[in-house]
Design a binder for this molecule. Structure first.
Ligand code: BGC
Ligand code: ZN
Length: 363
């Protein structure tokens, strides 16, 4: 079967590779892949910034956001049937205490693998085999949107963790700033809007801008940070309760640290792919953090529970703002052979979610 592989740490190395079609072992299902979403991580990997091939391979198959349909079930698999829609998670645990507790997204030892990213082939291929522990059922009516479960799970985790950590005090956030209006920033915007917060979504591009329009369609305010800085926005808002950071841009991150309100939270979810250094007013930032009991935390990946809540919340968002999520799909690339067009679409400023359509979705 066909797959898209990259040679890790080598720029622009994406190429077609051939793999044997897998057969499900006892306790595994065989899944035919319908579509795969690609994102900044795939771009970084294809730019040679990170990525690790599985043992015994000199390439890594990309892709960690998938939707598929079960084609065969191995012996001992009871809760899956041929024809079921499936989404599979990204990370596979090691044996650290958190991984053993089912919290591989909080891995302590770092020996986990990630599909399409670190030491395990991803979903930009025709089939995969997997254990039900790492698969989620998708109801038919959610199949069109289900490839968004992975990026949504990352936003779910960040937001859920913020609320959980803040159980240390009385915390009922009224407002939030989301920095970044790509797929992750928009999904975080929708999740926070669905919770009833007053949301300000900030990015570099001036309106008219589809991403900004989608944020506003959920009732958020779109802010172009060239017109209004984060600092100026904070003055307008008052006490900033929550910031969800989805750009990885260090300049913005340190500005965010300086403007969080009392008892506020800065959730860092953006990966930085450059190695900038900055001059920052470090003492002033520290003073404010200490005196305001402010919280800054990092979050990455998501375990199965967050994929489950992502599915529920996507359904909820679809009900609240019908058709909004569908508008994230700006570029659908047909077939694995067109991988070059898929990576090119990621560079296109007008792209939000790019998918590679691999096989037909059953009706
Ligand atoms: C994926 C995460 C992954 C992270 C770092 C992100 O694009 O959504 O699941 O943990 O990259 O590898
Ligand atoms: Zn671990």
């Amino acid at each position: 079967m066909k797959a898209i592989g990259v040679t890790p740490m080598q720029a622009n190395s994406a190429h077609l590779v051939e793999l044997d079609k897998p057969t499900p072992a006892v306790g595994e299902a065989l899944v035919r892949i319908i579509r795969v979403g690609i994102d900044g991580t795939d771009k970084d990997i294809n730019e040679g910034k990170y990525g690790q091939a599985p043992p015994g391979y000199d390439f890594l198959v990309n892709g960690h956001e998938s939707l598929g349909v079960v084609e065969q079930v191995g012996e001992g698999v009871t809760d899956w049937q041929v024809g079921d829609y499936a989404v599979a998670t990204v990370r596979r645990p090691d044996e650290c205490p958190n991984c053993l507790l089912g919290e591989s997204d909080m891995c302590l030892w770092g020996n986990y693998t990630e599909r399409g990213i670190k030491g395990r082939h991803g979903y930009l291929t025709e089939y995969y085999v997997e254990k039900p522990d790492f698969m989620l059922h998708v109801p038919k009516e959610m199949a069109d949107l289900a490839v968004l479960m992975e990026p949504t799970s990352v936003a779910e985790k960040g937001i859920a963790q913020a609320y959980r950590i803040q159980e240390r005090l009385y915390w009922q956030p009224k407002n939030a700033i989301v920095t970044g209006a790509g797929t992750l920033g928009l999904l975080a915007t929708f999740l926070l809007r669905a919770r009833g917060l007053d949301v300000y979504t900030m990015a570099r591009t001036p309106m008219p801008y589809l991403n900004g329009q989608l944020a506003e369609a959920s009732g958020a305010h779109y802010v172009n940070n060239k017109e209004q800085s984060l600092t100026a926005l904070a003055k307008q808002i008052g006490n900033v309760d929550f910031i969800f950071e989805a750009t990885g841009a260090s300049q913005l991150i340190f500005e965010a640290m300086a403007i969080i309100g009392n008892d506020g939270v800065l959730c860092l979810a953006g990966l930085s792919s450059s190695s900038n250094t900055l001059q920052i007013p470090a003492d002033a930032i520290n003073m404010e953090l200490v005196l305001g009991n402010k919280l800054i935390f990092g979050t990455v990946n998501a375990n199965r529970r967050y994929f489950q809540s992502a599915l529920q919340d996507l359904a909820n968002i679809e009900q609240k703002w019908p058709g909004l999520l569908g508008r994230l799909f700006t570029h659908r690339i047909q077939g694995l052979d067109n991988f070059a067009a898929a990576f090119a679409a990621l560079e296109d400023k007008s792209s939000i979610k790019v998918t590679v359509e691999i096989s037909p979705q059953p009706q």
